[in-house]
Structure formats: C-alpha cells, structure tokens
Design a protein around this ligand. Structure first.
Ligand code: NAD
Length: 294
C-alpha cells in the first residue's frame, strides 16, 4: 500500500473501458521499487471527455498519463508536441508533462508511443541486435503499426507485412508508404491469404512477429500459420499475445525446431517501463518486475 501524502504525484491512465487493466499494478510496483512518491490511477475517459481530461494533466500538474483505447488516435489534438514515431503510427499511448531545467512540470504536453519501443526493447534484452534484419510481420492494427514504424526507424532493413483483406488492409498500405518515404527500410504489403508467398518470405526472414490477436481468446485455438514447415530453425519468432503465454503459433515454431520463441509479455512490460522512465527519469530493475509480475 503506497504511503500517499501531500507530496504524492499523479500519473493517469485514460481509457474506456479500463477497469480490467493491469497497468496500475505494474506502474505502482515500479514507483515503489524506485523510491518515487508517485502513483498511477485509472480513469474512465472516452473521446467525449478526453479534452477536459487532458487539460486536467496541466491543471493538476500531473506527471502525465497513459492513454488507451478509444483515445490513442485522438489525443494528439490536445497536445503541444508529438514524437516522430507516434506521429507516423498515428497513435499515442503516453502523454508526458514536460519538465523545465529545475525538474518542474511545465504544462507542455508531449505524446509518445511506447508500444513499439517496448517490443524492440524486449528483443534487445534478449541480446538480439535487429539492425539490418529482414522481418515478416502479420497485422496492420495498433500493435503491428507501432512495431513496424519503430523497427523501420531503428534499423530493420526489410519489412514484409501481411494482413487479411479486412478493414485494416488499407491502413497497412498507408503504413508501408509512410515507412518507404520516411525511413531507410524497404516495406511491402502482402495478402495473408497468399500462403506460398508467406512461406517464401518467412524462409528468407530473420525475424517473425504475429501482431493480430489470433491465438488469444476467442481465437486461442487458431494460428495464422498453416503448419510448422513455414518456420526455419534459426528464425526469431515473436507473438504480441501474452495470454495464453504460449499460442498455437508459438507451439508450431517450437515443433519446427525454433529456439528463440517469445510471447508478448516483454512488450507489455517494457512499454510500461519506458513510459515510467519518461515520467520520472528512472530506470526500473527489470528482473525485479519480471519476478513480481510472473
Ligand atoms: P487491432 O484491433 O488494432 O488490430 C487487429 C489486427 O488483427 C488487424 O491487423 C486485423 O486485420 C487482424 N485480425 C483480426 N482478426 C483476424 C483474423 N481472424 N485473422 C487474421 N488477422 C486478424 O488490435 P491491436 O491493438 O493491434 O492488438 C493486436 C494484438 O496485439 C492483440 O492480441 C493484443 O492483445 C496484442 N497487443 C499486445 C501488446 C503487448 O504489450 N504485448 C500491446 C498491444 C497489443
């Protein structure tokens, strides 16, 4: 139980619905461990109340706020500045009340997207140097876009994006266009129904990510990959899903002999730890957080 005093500072979480969130557990554990007199609280905020809620970050001198659905793609309208990757993604999950040279919050609000940063930090922590790698990414939603943009900015050489031909497909075409115009990465958009092409690209890739939610409830018995022969042994395989801890796709990869297979837990942990660093300037001990959060 945090010792809340007149000095305690506030970080928010603005989303709707939000009561199921794990975020305050993670944040408050980290603030406590780091010796920071800070707490995070979750607030039910939708698009209608977002403008007032963001203004309250300034009025209450909060350190900032995490932002989740349905506000990620809207909140930029109420901010003073947006980080480059968040701008390219068109989505913000962290709003920071910028500090002056004396460490005081200024009321100037800057938006970031730490989802993409979290994914790539998770790979770095595993000792994986992804610069120059060829990647196959399934998905063009929020998580996939954040991963694609940050990866392209940070040195992924080739990005083959696949998606089903649903409402997200055209978003994928836009992202590919943005990446090709704004980074050194060569990105291509492909139809996930073309299994021959998917297999060819997966055999030529160094890194694979499924960022669709196929593999989690209610699609927990499914995989986007038809069978284990799509995986080669040295492919680094990642899933953004963290519940269940092992998806059908991850089982297929292990069956094919892949040794480096990771779920979405590290992305979730590091997107939080990067946001916490943006709010407080502190690094949180990673092993401690992994042990406590399981
Ligand atoms: P989203 O709704 O923005 O995007 C969904 C994506 O899945 C789209 O590309 C869509 O075309 C695709 N899709 C939907 N149904 C499909 C199907 N039946 N077959 C194939 N593709 C299908 O969702 P999002 O926010 O990008 O989340 C995607 C996944 O990433 C979810 O599992 C979510 O839990 C996970 N996620 C994890 C983290 C983390 O920190 N680990 C963070 C964000 C999201």
């Amino acid at each position: 139980m945090p010792n809340i005093t007149g000095h305690t500072e506030l970080v928010g979480l603005m989303a709707y619905p939000i009561r199921h969130t794990q975020s305050p557990t993670t944040h408050n554990l980290a603030y406590d461990k780091n010796g920071d007199d800070v707490i995070q609280l979750a607030f039910e905020v939708d698009n209608d109340s977002l403008k007032d809620a963001v203004q309250s970050i300034r009025a209450l001198k909060m350190l900032g706020s995490n932002i989740s659905m349905p506000n990620k793609t809207v909140v930029h309208k109420y901010l003073d500045e947006v980080d480059e990757a968040a701008k390219l993604c068109g989505a913000i999950n962290t709003v920071v009340n910028m500090r002056d040279e004396n460490g005081q919050v200024t009321g100037k609000l800057k938006g970031y997207n730490t989802d993409g940063m979290g994914y790539w930090q998770g790979l770095k922590e595993e000792g994986i140097d992804f610069k120059g790698m060829k990647m196959v990414l399934i998905g063009t939603g929020g998580a996939a876009t954040a991963i694609a943009v940050r990866g392209a900015l940070d040195g992924i050489a080739e990005l083959e994006i696949f998606n089903i031909k649903d409402k997200f497909y055209s978003r994928g075409e836009e992202i590919v266009d943005l990446i090709n115009k704004n980074t050194n990465c060569k990105a291509t958009m492909n139809d996930l129904a073309d299994h021959d092409l998917l297999k060819e690209k997966m055999h030529a890739a160094d890194l694979f990510c499924d960022a669709t939610g196929v593999g989690m409830h209610p699609l927990e018995d499914l995989s986007n990959i038809p069978d284990p022969s799509f995986f080669k042994k040295d492919l680094i395989v990642t899933d953004t899903v963290y519940a269940p801890r092992e998806t059908v796709m991850m089982k297929q990869a292990k069956e094919a002999g892949c040794e480096r297979v990771y779920n979405g837990m590290s992305m979730m942990l590091f997107q939080a730890l990067i946001a916490i660093k943006l709010y407080t300037g502190k690094d949180t001990p990673v092993d401690y957080m992994k042990e406590k959060l399981g």
